[in-house]
Design a protein around this ligand. Sequence first.
Ligand code: HEC
Ligand code: HEC
Length: 286
Amino acid sequence: MLKAVSARLNVRTLVGLAALLIVGPSPAQAGQQERSQRPYPALQREPGDAEIVARGRAVYGISCRACHGVDLRGGDLGGPNLLRSGLVLRDDRGDLMGPVIRDGQTGVGGSAMPPQNLSEDDLHAVVEYVHDVLGTASRQGGPPPGEEVALDILVGDAAAGEAYFADKCAPCHSPTGDLEGIATRIDTPKELQDTWVRGGARNAERPPITVTVTEAPGNRVSGQLERLNDFLVVLTDADGRHRSFSRRGDTPLVEVDDPMGAHRDMLPLYGDADIHNVTAYLVTLQ
Ligand code: HEC
Ligand code: HEC
């Protein structure tokens, strides 16, 4: 209890300090915007090294858990859900998470994360751990292994969920079309919630992300996206050949088509109430 109070005070003090120091967006925030178009490396990576992940889990328990929760879905001291963070999803080996952890971050609503004083090794390990949990959660829809966490699933307002659905989901889905009877097909609210947030069943085949690279008018190459960063795009074409192109700014033109893009782009936009409301509504689609 005492510990919690002093942590709060600490955050307040740091918010004050940060307000004095920060004028305009930090370089980290600017970089984050520039890179907001990138696909989600977090969801495409190989599982991390087990030893580093274990070390990261320990670091997380000490330095992050009080604020971000035992299962990374948000905690008592106001840290946001890291599994739905666009920044975390776009992070590639700490390039976006690292600066936040090192320097802290102040949000629009005045919420703030104080800088975390970690060694480079511990920082690297905790980043690997977050990716490991994210990878597990997106593969299996479940919380990370470890302590069981009771989730309040059915606390939402179905009418509010219906309105939200009409606004945000109806362009692609219909309660009397593709989602008819979804709550009968998926009869546990938790699994139903994970399915709609993720945009697919637990082990569903993900439709592949395709990319078209145009080097010159009339010279277009399309295929399945393997890798994309600021300098390089790699794809596998229809004949199974890997093709790789270096990038400089907008040259060549790279167009990515991710069928699940809408679901991923929405992840950081949901508030907890939206999630509960939509789930409560979908449960009525029997
Ligand atoms: C005292 C509470 C606190 C601690 C400790 C803390 N965080 Fe945070 N964290 C926050 C808050 C609050 C935010 C949101 C800040 C904002 O609104 O931009 C945040 C934001 C983040 C973000 C950015 C999320 C986004 O989408 O912008 C990441 C990544 C993150 N924290 C990771 C960590 C990791 C890893 C640790 C441990 C090494 C940690 N945090 C420790 C409170 C905390
Ligand atoms: C821009 C289009 C788009 C929007 C907007 C969208 N989705 Fe989806 N959704 C998809 C696609 C594509 C799939 C994958 C379908 C597939 O693989 O057959 C999907 C899958 C799903 C599934 C899994 C369906 C199943 O049968 O297992 C659910 C549930 C779902 N979405 C709910 C929602 C909800 C709730 C919203 C609004 C908060 C939403 N979607 C917004 C495109 C969209």
